[in-house]
Write a protein that binds this ligand. Sequence first.
Ligand SMILES: C[S@@+](CC[C@H](N)C(=O)[O-])C[C@H]1O[C@@H](n2cnc3c(N)ncnc32)[C@H](O)[C@@H]1O
Length: 295
Amino acid sequence: MTPLSPLYADLSPYYDRFCRDVDYAAQCDFADRVFRTFGDTPGRAYLDLACGTGQHLAHMTGKGFSGTGLDNSQAMLDQAALRCPGATWLRRDLAGFVADAEFDLITCLLYSLHYSHPRAALRETLRRAWQALAPGGVLLFDLVDESGVGTRDAVTRLSEDDARFTFRSGWRHGGGETLHLHVSIEREDAAGWQCWTDRHAMTAISLAEVRATMTALGFAVTVLERDFTRLAEWDGASFNVMVVGTKPARRFPMEQPDPCPEPAGACRAAAVGWDTRCQATRTPHERTAFPDVAG
Ligand SMILES: C[S@@+](CC[C@H](N)C(=O)[O-])C[C@H]1O[C@@H](n2cnc3c(N)ncnc32)[C@H](O)[C@@H]1O
């Protein structure tokens, strides 16, 4: 398990400014669309792992989900509670949570699953998410394949109250299982220049290993492009992906829908191993695209 880190305690007052270029609304539209396309559960109980300041929770509760946020930083949870006063909070490690409720949708966004360090902890987080999901529920997270970790930093600059801020973050592969996240905040005003830096260990892992771990747990896994404007199957070229894990719905024999009328392997749902969804409940099947619901 990862020890509690001061990184996000220091960063928490600046976090939203740091992430001002992140389009949380688009990410949540995407998550809702993934849920309606891949999920098969009547509920809307939502858990956001590594919820930070609660930006995803705020959007998702606005879409009718009941929200729970998990994070190991009390400072981040305090910010999140101001944003989403009606939500439930769990101060826990990603690899150490036990949910006392079943969730229909679990997300872990902005590559936060990589905070489960080392790989054994990341695999444990996936196992706990599996346990916390209702049958038919969906796990959604973004991942960067270890072979595609770049060296370019993301830089955000802004001016506020006569001060200028520069936020930088970037990953460096530390070899083996470790990705080092470098974060810095520079603040410059008439009184001078201040700089705060941090280096934090995250997990380097391949998509293949994540997929194998999830499949062994029982998930039906679909990999999508990290493009929040559409549901597009991963083309195998990019390194940043969205991973969808669906926990098969529990069905009683009497409730089994008719088998898919299409020849084996002909419809997209079957092609991605989504065979519990390749049933009559969502027709017509589309051969060239996901049986996506409207955005
Ligand atoms: C990059 S932020 C992402 C926050 C949020 N998901 C977002 O998209 O804005 C990562 C979050 O993960 C939390 N975190 C880091 N390591 C963690 C761990 N081992 N267990 C639980 N939370 C963790 C941090 O406190 C921080 O709030």
